[in-house]
Write a protein that binds this ligand. Structure first.
Ligand code: ATP
Length: 365
């Protein structure tokens, strides 16, 4: 397996910029996910690494070697797509053997490799079947297997689970993770599904409009999002944002928006002042907005309650401010009820009012 590095890679299609000055390195054996909304440049990045596209600028290195201009075959990376692209008239065995026959691998080696890969993926009882005789998940495994037999330097996966139903997706997600641990393979995975990115990745690279926003571990990206875009994109329910003004109060500075008031530590106050603005956006994850057992804390009106099973989402209003709280069912409020909130201010992120860039976060990730 090999490390992969992109150095200042840009890609234009005519006048439109699909990727701007992307630099990221993927360590040997690492699982890196490219995450972002539709059109942000994820597939373009993968295609550039695979050699299906040539960058307008910048260098691509695989295993320390510059591969710009090399044809896909010479790069020894395997791609797995969302439409499995299996040959319908070939059995599973023949589908798996196909890349090996193409490279004139001797017959006994083909058998050994195909059987080994089929076993790893748990599809060994299915090798004589045709793709139409398989379930979606089994077909996905064959597609993965076809990448595996080639013994590539890295795997590039473009939304490989998106054709599966929700339950199977979760099952295949766990399998992929197990496979990654077993193979210790370098994998670059493309998805717009933040849950997939969070569960699978060693690190996540978040893209928007062809521009890299942040690279970090799932925890880091969740707890210390580099800007408001990352904060809203990562997390099953986006972060709450409250646009506030800096005000002095008896106990020190606060960020205030009507009745919403966040007390600031010295460090946070300094960070806000250093922005040169008297404003900032407070970001709070729904799980950091709690409903207090007593009448202390900020009063809020419950507008709506959504039941999720283990938790409920409470949609709250404090003056003009709207917040979503995620609370245990035992704390579930009722619509129109007035509740009191206990914020976990230590977990709040502060963003610059104009640029949306993170200016202070107290948590250690
Ligand atoms: P999705 O999740 O929808 O697949 P993506 O993040 O993978 O999106 P890309 O397919 O990489 O996005 O596309 C990035 C940008 O480049 C988009 O604006 C897209 O329209 C543009 N683009 C991609 N391929 C081409 C092409 N061959 N010609 C012109 N523009 C292209």
């Amino acid at each position: 397996m090999a490390e992969i590095e992109l150095r200042n890679v840009s890609m234009r299609f005519g006048q439109s910029v699909a990727l701007a000055d992307l630099s990221v390195s993927v360590r040997e054996g690492e699982f890196l996910t490219l995450l972002g909304p539709s059109g942000c440049g994820k597939s373009t990045t993968l295609n550039l690494i695979a050699g299906l596209l040539e960058p307008t600028a910048g260098d691509i290195l695989i295993g320390g070697r510059r591969v710009n201009g090399l044809p896909p075959k010479a790069r020894r990376v395997a791609m797995v797509f969302q439409d499995y692209a299996l040959y319908p008239h070939m059995t599973v065995f023949e589908n798996l053997a196909f890349p090996l026959r193409a490279t004139r691998t001797p017959q006994p080696d083909i058998r050994r490799k195909v059987e080994g890969v089929a076993k790893v993926l748990g599809i060994d009882p299915l090798v004589e079947r045709l793709p139409k005789e398989l379930s979606g998940g089994q077909r996905q495994r064959v597609a993965l297997g076809r990448a595996l037999v080639r013994d590539p330097q890295a795997f590039l996966m473009d939304e490989p689970l998106s054709n599966l139903d929700a339950r199977l997706r979760v099952a295949m997600r766990a399998e992929l993770k197990r496979l990654h641990r077993q193979l210790k393979a370098t994998m670059i995975y493309v998805t717009h599904d933040q849950a997939e990115a969070m569960t699978l990745s060693d690190r996540i690279a978040v893209l928007k409009d062809g521009i890299l926003q942040q690279v970090g571990t799932p925890r880091r990206v969740y707890e210390r999002p580099a800007n408001q875009f990352v904060a809203s994109f990562v997390g099953a329910i986006g972060m709450n944002f409250v646009a506030c003004r800096l005000e002095a109060s008896g106990e020190g500075a606060v960020l205030a928006a009507g009745p919403f008031r966040m007390p600031l530590s010295r460090g946070q106050e300094r960070a806000v002042r250093e922005c040169g603005e008297q404003r900032a956006v407070v970001g709070l994850r729904p799980e950091h907005v709690r409903i207090a057992g007593d009448a202390r804390g900020l009063a809020a009106t419950v507008e709506l309650v959504e039941y999720l099973g283990a938790e409920v989402l409470a949609y709250l209003r404090l003056g003009e401010t709207r917040l979503i709280a995620k609370v245990g069912v035992e704390r579930s409020p009722s619509p129109d009820q007035v509740v009191h909130l206990e914020m976990d201010w230590k977990r709040a992120s502060l963003f610059a009012a104009e640029s949306g860039v993170l200016i202070a976060a107290e948590t250690e990730a």
